[in-house]
Design a protein around this ligand. Structure first.
Ligand SMILES: Cc1cc2nc3c(=O)[nH]c(=O)nc-3n(C[C@H](O)[C@H](O)[C@H](O)COP(=O)(O)O)c2cc1C
Length: 132
């Protein structure tokens, strides 16, 4: 199975998570700002990662989701963001539905979750490794 994590980052947090997940599931990482024409369709398993700015994902991410709208239901999204609790849940729901992804999660402080059993990040990796 060939997997890829497509991501956009401004200050690096989303990239750090992309590399961490890639190491744990065996996938390529593709920075959408450097490679906006990357081809999603050649991968069996696709993850999309993004930071959130002023309630939105960067245009590279929304353009990518529009271009591959048909395939988005199979994509797992992670957001790296400042919002949490109810505000974080609402933001995730809205962005997931705008992008059309089949599954979504957000990480408020991903560095702290790395290697921490039962953390949202480790559960997300488990979810991906289970092939869901
Ligand atoms: C100008 C600015 C606006 C932001 N707006 C939001 C927001 O609307 N919602 C949110 O949850 N986080 C917001 N954040 C926090 C970022 O999503 C967070 O720092 C994230 O780690 C950025 O990802 P990146 O480091 O991959 O670029 C904002 C940060 C900045 C600097």
């Amino acid at each position: 199975m060939t997997g890829a994590i497509f991501y956009a980052t401004k200050s690096g947090a989303t990239e750090g998570v992309a590399k961490y997940i890639a190491r744990n599931i065996g996938a390529e990482t593709i920075n959408l700002d450097k490679d906006p024409n990357a081809d999603l369709s050649k991968y069996d398993r696709v993850i999309l990662g993004s930071g959130v700015y002023l309630h939105k994902v960067p245009k590279t991410v929304s353009d990518f989701a529009t271009k591959y709208a048909d395939l988005m239901p199979k994509v797992s999204l992670y957001l790296v963001c400042a919002f949490k609790d109810e505000e974080g849940d609402e933001q995730l729901q809205r962005i997931s539905s705008e992008l059309g992804v089949g599954y979504g999660v957000y990480f408020n402080n991903p560095r702290r979750m790395m290697g921490m059993e039962g953390s949202k990040l480790e559960l997300f990796i488990e979810h991906l490794n289970n092939g869901k």
